[in-house]
Design a protein around this ligand. Structure first.
Ligand code: PLP
Length: 396
């Protein structure tokens, strides 16, 4: 059997480690294994590096080093931000979020509803845009936190963070500002992220979405923001997140942030061109294909395409057998058999929602990857349409 070219188009699920990141990590796995909390030099040298990395991560979002807390992942950062805000304002019983958040936010909010909190889930329109008018009316003196994602992991659609930040700041509430948190896990490294411009109080990020390893993330907490840790134990991270630091992965995260910040503009332009090539070709060769949120502001690397009257899992299977890897909906809902809650919220028609595929690119993709997809996918769609019961019955 000839060797198939592997084409990885699922970078919103996870990314390949950058070689520079691996180089940065290796000394911490091999020689510099000291505990950064130790007082002797073998440990304190590692602590010095951690502090340098903290500055690097902070610089990538225009924050101060002391405003960065290292965590184990984006999920931990999201959980910590929301639960901390609720602990800071025990008298406030209201959270605002959106219907299209990642489960790392949505499921915390649902759990808080079970505990008696009120949660407003802002809706989106068919282009994935937020209902800003209703947002203004929903802010109240009982609101503890607004948690709204920067970029959607399934569609890449960007929310108007600057406008949201301004609206929250202008809302005067006695007893402390309504806290503004964003899940920027998919945004960092793809669009500029500036916590000052966006007037954010907290921001979550995750290493493995930007060519750093899995199992490391960070939470930005603006100086002066009331904060309550999720993990309680030792004094690490200034008592804000206990547990011995994952030093090698943190070093990798710092390098990944540095690389992403340095190349942001060129990379965004490069990815946008590849994405446009992919969409133009598939729209012209696959009848009944719709790009979700095409007219909205989007990440340059993400394309969510619904193919009418076909099952997305079948498309993925055929792509897989051709060495091409993509996702149906988010990595988390993939395989659940349920349609994506994001596409449902955008009222993607029943005839198309089950045939939705997310292609997400990275700096390691090139034109030949897109050409391979274009060579293979139209034939798969045609074949599946011919055999699919969904092509005659739309009521899936
Ligand atoms: N938030 C968003 C938008 C994501 O896409 C993801 C991962 O898919 C997460 C949070 C969770 O990040 P992690 O896998 O680091 O926990």
């Amino acid at each position: 059997m000839r060797d198939l070219k592997q084409v990885y188009l699922d970078n919103n699920a996870t990314t390949a480690l950058a070689p520079e990141v691996v180089d940065e990590m290796l000394p911490f796995l091999r020689e510099h294994y000291g505990n950064p909390s130790s007082t002797y030099s073998f440990g304190s040298r590692v602590r010095d590096v951690l502090e340098k990395v903290r500055s690097c991560v902070a610089a990538s979002i225009n924050a101060l080093p002391e405003e960065i807390i290292f965590t184990s992942c984006g999920t931990e950062s999201d959980n910590t931000a929301i639960l901390s805000a609720l602990e800071a304002y025990p008298e406030r019983r209201h959270i605002i979020t959106t219907v299209v958040e990642h489960p790392a936010v949505l499921n915390v909010c649902r759990k808080m509803e079970d505990k008696g909190y009120t949660v407003t889930y802002l809706k989106v329109d068919s282009n994935g845009r937020l209902d800003m008018e209703s947002f203004a009316g929903d802010l109240s003196c009982g609101t503890a936190i607004v948690s709204i994602m920067y970029a959607n992991n399934e569609t890449g659609i960007l929310f108007p963070m600057e406008e949201l930040g301004r609206m929250i700041e202008s809302r005067n509430v006695s007893g402390g500002k309504i806290l503004f948190h964003t899940d920027a896990v998919q945004a960092l490294g793809k669009v500029p992220v500036d916590v000052q411009r966006l007037k954010l109080d907290m921001l979550s990020l995750s290493g493995h979405k930007l060519h750093a390893p899995k199992g490391v993330g960070a939470l930005y907490v603006r100086k002066g923001t009331p904060f309550y840790p999720l993990l309680i134990g030792g004094h690490q991270e200034n008592g804000r997140r206990s547990g011995t630091e994952n030093t090698a992965s943190i070093a990798g995260l710092g390098k990944a942030c540095e690389l992403a910040t340095k190349a942001l503009k060129e990379e965004a332009a490069y990815l946008g061109k590849l994405r446009d090539k992919l969409e133009t070709a598939l729209l012209s060769t696959c009848p009944g294909a719709i790009v979700n949120g095409r007219t909205s502001e989007r990440l340059p690397n993400t394309s969510s395409i619904s193919f009418e009257h076909i099952d997305g899992e079948a498309i993925l299977m055929f792509l897989d057998s051709n060495g091409i890897y993509a996702a149906s909906g988010s990595a988390c809902s993939s395989g659940s058999g349920k349609p994506s809650h994001v596409l449902e919220a955008m009222t993607v028609p029943a005839s198309a929602i089950h045939g939705s595929i997310r292609f997400s690119l990275s700096r390691y993709n090139d034109s030949s990857d897109i050409e391979r997809l274009i060579e293979v996918l139209p034939g798969i769609i045609k074949k599946l349409r011919e055999i699919s019961p969904l092509s005659t019955t739309c009521g899936h």
